[in-house]
Design a protein around this ligand. Sequence first.
Ligand code: XUL
Length: 537
Amino acid sequence: MPLYLGLDSSTQGLTAIVISVEGEDRRVVFESSLSFDESLPLYGTTHGVLPRTDQKIATSSPLMWAEALDLLIARVATSSLDRRQIAAVSGSAQQHGSVYLNAAWSQVVRALDASRPLVPQLRSVFAREESPIWMDSSTGEECAEITASVGGPDVLARRTGSRAFERFTGPQIRRFFKRSPENYRATARVHLVSSFLASLLSGTDAPIDHGDASGMNLMDLATRDWWQDAVHATAPELRDKLANVAPSTTVIGTLSPYWQGRHGLPAAKVIAWSGDNPCSLIGTGLVREGRVAVSLGTSDTVFGLMREPRVDVTGTGHVFGAPTGDYMGLTCFQNGSLARERVRNELGMDWAAFSRALATTAPSVRIMLPWFEPEITPAVPIAGVHRYGPWDTRPEAEVRALVEAQMMAMALHSRWMGVEIDTIHATGGAAANRSILQTMADVFGATVYQLEVGQSAALGAALRAAHADLAAGDSPAEWEEVLRGFVEPVATTRLAPDARRHEFYRELMRVYAACEAHALGRGPDPEPLLRQLQEHA
Ligand code: XUL
């Protein structure tokens, strides 16, 4: 019975899911996660991020990601699974983060020695010890330079799927080139987190898949290849330092002798890795246009499949390649679970009390802009929480204001996708919290479902492995067939919107938009609007 392994290297940890996809016996047979902070404390990360001296800079350790892979694969190999049945492996990783490797890399990765752990063998391959990750917002200057060089934000958005974003890999590479020209010169290969880990598994210099490549401001969405103008605008001689791009379904090789010799795994196929959001698209079952998923993780994201790339020229969202060969629209918010956790901690609550706070309060006319960290959507370079309206200082009111703000921001800033949202598949850690999901249903005016498997990125990676393995054999299967039984929304978890509350939120969202504009210096004082709504309510 073939087994498929999906890995997800997220901001805060690494997860493995193994599925069995045999006839009607379709289930998750293994699931395990580790937290970087807890399992690998020597690296000194907090929530997976290295100590920060500047709120705009966020980096992590590629060596730590590699060590986590070694640790978790050991867990898979020593579990009660029949590991010889693993037929294919794929993965998911936090998007945009980049790994800078020197000339020794390609040889070292090909010749990893199974008698020694991974980490000491990799110490000498980095041209940069730290990897900038998606939370980094330090490249405003580089974004402007790249944008100007290619002919403006609209051109960049139409060609690559996004205007220049600080966390995208192109601007990050440019900053590295400008700040550390020597180390940039010593860089033979720039990988994404996804293609770096895929390289380690396959013992090759893996390609970057279309899904993750479209988070770089470097790939042409139409040709699905590097776009020369953007590559030139980013840094000199960059083309040679970039791996090839390839469809997400590409079989890039087999598990290298290292994994076979050290952990007793078979020569399973390694399928190109992708970003966590493209993998979650599969893991939430969104292989047709129409529905969206909301992922409540370290970042909160709203995404859905698109048949044709409808690029957002207003500059809020992104169009990425989808693992199905279609496209996906996505809007990303930085103040996701860490903001929820922070408010919960400050109020001295546990998650049960946090949920109770939501369940026992009613919406009212006040607005919080929850920018505890610099925000991606809308672009907020300097962190700062703003409050409008008569402030209610009760802890439960603070919780409600935060969650309502997050949901209103998501509803407002996903309108560009042009999808009438009536059904949402909720995923990510906080999707376990039904009070948060009820607020989501009320704000969006949509029915919200939870999914059987919460770890949608790792599940999506495992399902991609299954799909690619079947496609490479005698019995290729449609995506729907591969997904069947894993991703259907669970009917009993259905949360319907409260019509009266939704009516209220539609009004409140107009006020929210006005508060956002005001806080960003782009609109008048929203107090009259707030008062008007109060009188009306
Ligand atoms: C998406 C984004 C985040 C990361 C973190 O554009 O930046 O969702 O992928 O997981």
